[in-house]
Design a binder for this molecule. Structure first.
Ligand code: HEC
Ligand code: HEC
Length: 346
């Protein structure tokens, strides 16, 4: 009881510090400013040919064992580069345990997945291919399939100077994902001085986000993520809760902690949280208003907010003002299977 009280006190101090800091216009700008150019690792520079190859691989169901599932099956452009299901159904109808994050702005995240188990997009990209419940294929088979398709083999040789291999597949898909980023939102235009870009409700919501709602300590930076892990209680009332970051670190202090997701374009990617249990942004705000779900490791910032119904609606209006443009590409034409390729074509 005493510990919980001390934690609350600490949270209050943190909140007032943040308030002081973020009410200055400059503080706010630095905290949640416009997105900088996409960071690109030196060993995988962007080229048009590589991005085009990555786009084809992204949309190609031949990367899965039974040629039914592509990356776009679960991360579809039309649904905010994610999908509307709480958790995903992969190969042979198998259901996974977590909500798929969007790949929008994944290029800005320093770690990938809810538990941060992959460091880079390159490291992440081949994971789903040989994940038994996502695409269920072996890398060996994928490489063989791709090299049996003359159009792919030629492109890999042009881009990487060698036939398809796991490294090239990962680099091409990652290069494509670095183009799947959000453009300026009403919020960015507002920051740039266009005061009519956000509605009065969204402006009030922004002040709540940085103030009474104390969202900004965790949803900080241009992508609205501190790139850290927190336990906000989601799913912790389940019989067998997902341990989150603890699965990776084996450290019980990480129990129930998940990576803070970015919030740009979140209006387009319901449902929410790693559990997919909140259907709308209003549900997420109601969740925070209740102070999350109690558990021994709950973040001290998770206190009941006592928001009025107008304040809740204002916060939703602010989250909606974070919706910027996003690439809405049509799936590219895919290279045809060559004569040497038996099966595998669609
Ligand atoms: C069967 C559905 C499914 C398929 C197919 C799939 N994914 Fe995912 N993806 C998910 C789920 C679920 C998560 C979240 C899992 C987790 O964090 O543990 C995820 C997470 C990600 C993330 C991390 C997002 C973040 O915010 O951390 C990226 C990037 C990603 N996928 C890219 C891909 C790529 C590239 C492919 C194709 C090679 C792919 N996915 C195929 C379901 C899928
Ligand atoms: C203690 C850190 C913390 C605070 C404070 C916080 N968040 Fe979060 N937020 C997170 C984490 C971590 C997740 C993902 C948790 C999970 O799925 O288990 C999340 C998830 C979300 C999501 C869902 C995003 C998605 O794609 O699923 C939204 C929306 C959101 N937060 C908005 C807010 C708002 C608005 C506030 C203030 C009222 C707020 N957050 C306060 C850390 C925080």
């Amino acid at each position: 009881m005493k510990g919980r009280w001390a934690a609350s006190l600490l949270a209050m101090i943190l909140v007032s510090l943040t308030l002081t800091w973020s009410t200055g216009a400059l503080g706010q700008f630095l905290a949640n400013g416009p997105l900088p150019p996409v960071p690109v690792p030196p060993d995988n520079p962007q080229t048009d040919a590589k991005v085009r190859l990555g786009a084809q691989l992204y949309f190609d169901t031949r990367l899965s064992a039974d040629n039914t599932i592509s990356c776009a099956t679960c991360h579809a452009p039309k649904t905010g580069w994610s999908n509307p299901h709480p958790t995903d159904t992969g190969i042979r109808g198998q259901v996974g345990g977590r909500n798929s994050g969007t790949i929008l702005n994944a290029a800005y995240m320093r770690v990938q997945f809810w538990d941060g188990r992959a460091a880079t997009l390159e490291e992440q990209a081949v994971g789903p291919i040989h994940n038994p419940i996502e695409m269920g294929e072996t890398l060996e088979n994928v490489v063989r399939k791709l090299n049996g398709i003359p159009g792919y083999r030629a492109q890999f040789n042009t881009v990487f100077g060698t036939d398809a291999n796991p490294d090239g597949i990962a680099k091409a898909i990652a290069a494509f994902e670095r183009t799947v980023v959000t453009g300026p939102a009403p919020y960015d235009r507002w920051l740039a001085g266009e005061k009519s870009a956000m509605t009065p409700a969204a402006v009030r919501g922004m002040n709540l986000f940085n103030g009474k709602g104390h969202c900004s300590p965790c949803h900080s930076g241009p992508a609205f993520s501190d790139q850290g892990y927190h336990n906000i209680g989601a799913g912790m009332d389940r019989k067998d809760p997902d341990l989150g970051r603890e699965v990776v670190t084996k450290d019980p202090r990480d129990r129930g902690r998940f990576k803070t997701p970015g919030l740009r374009n979140c209006a387009l990617t319901p449902p929410y949280l790693h559990t997919g249990s909140e259907k709308t942004l209003a549900d997420v705000i109601a969740y925070y208003d209740r102070g999350g779900i109690a558990n021994p490791n709950l973040d001290p910032l998770m206190l009941p907010l006592n928001l009025t119904s107008r304040e809740k609606a204002d916060l939703v209006a602010f989250l909606e003002a974070l919706t910027g443009t996003q690439p809405n590409i049509t799936p590219p034409a895919l290279p045809e299977a060559g004569p040497a390729q038996e099966g595998g074509s669609r």
